[in-house]
Design a binder for this molecule. Structure first.
Ligand SMILES: NC(=O)c1ccc[n+]([C@@H]2O[C@H](COP(=O)([O-])OP(=O)(O)OC[C@H]3O[C@@H](n4cnc5c(N)ncnc54)[C@H](OP(=O)(O)O)[C@@H]3O)[C@@H](O)[C@H]2O)c1
Length: 244
């Protein structure tokens, strides 16, 4: 995967990992970046004519469909936008649990559904979904968030299988603790969003199906790893066998 002359859309581009992704993409020679944010007033000045700012709340279905029309030359879709909630799954209101699911899972799913017809018409299409190490392990203090990221990881696996015949490459990105607003309550060692963004783009260049862009996330994954790709491949085979 080469970045030169590519057209990329990044959600949640106004801060954190999304902002660093835009900066890293600019330095890799892309042709155009649709940098989306739910509040354009919060968008940093990227000072580069290749950046096109678009207003987008991924939970707003009308806006999602509109953006798919406006950004119909997108070749690489990076679903980075996400929210966290610090709440128990079993005590307190359900609202924060719905909220993380609505954004991280349903919002990303809406983006994918809107952009699949766009991407499949364009060159070497790619979808990268920023999930989390939380996809693999549930931490009860952020239980709803972990469940939403596990759902997103599963969605990403399913998309990789179902969209392969359309020629769309689908990647998961699974960071550990990153030094952004979202990671601010975590006191341990964190990776910078700049380094994370560089490693995400390198992972895409190397065509890694599941990208682990920081040392801690990768270490945690290695602890968890019991050869999950065998199961994924089995599902892929049975899916395609069923279609024949
Ligand atoms: N930081 C970590 O430790 C960590 C670890 C693993 C995975 N991740 C994942 O990495 C991604 C980026 O997180 P970050 O660390 O950069 O967090 P962040 O600094 O909190 O940034 C989150 C971004 O997502 C945007 N966003 C939230 N809800 C949205 C919506 N409904 N529509 C559109 N944009 C929305 C935010 O926009 P506003 O400014 O408008 O709120 C912001 O731009 C997230 O998916 C997150 O779950 C982060």
């Amino acid at each position: 995967m080469q970045w030169e002359n590519r057209i990329v859309l990044v959600t949640g581009a106004n801060r954190g990992i999304g902002k660093s992704l835009v900066e890293a993409l600019l330095s890799r020679g892309v042709k155009k970046i649709y940098a989306t944010s739910r509040n354009l007033g919060q968008m940093p000045v990227f000072n580069d004519k290749r950046v096109v700012n678009l207003e987008l709340d991924i939970t707003n279905q009308e806006q999602v469909l509109q953006i798919a029309k406006e950004a119909s030359d997108t070749e690489v879709l990076i679903n980075n936008a996400g929210v966290i909630s610090y709440s128990s799954l079993f005590e307190g209101p359900m609202e924060p649990i719905h909220n993380v699911m609505d954004t991280n899972y349903y919002g990303t799913l809406s983006m994918m559904r809107a952009f699949i017809p766009v991407l499949e018409k364009n060159d070497s299409p790619v979808i990268a979904n920023v999930a989390s190490m939380a996809s693999f392990v549930n931490l009860p203090s952020i239980g709803g968030y972990c469940a939403s990221k596990a759902a997103l990881f599963s969605l990403t696996q399913g998309a990789r299988i179902e969209l392969a015949p359309k020629g769309i490459a689908v990647h998961s990105v699974n960071p550990g603790p990153i030094d952004t607003d979202m990671g601010s309550k975590y006191d341990g060692e964190k990776t910078t969003p700049e380094e994370t963004a560089e490693n995400i783009l390198s992972g895409l260049e190397k065509d890694e199906a599941d990208i682990f862009p920081d040392r801690w996330g990768k270490g945690m994954f290695n602890l968890w790893n019991k050869n999950y790709r065998d199961l994924e491949n089995m599902m892929a085979e049975s899916f395609h066998a069923e279609k024949k």
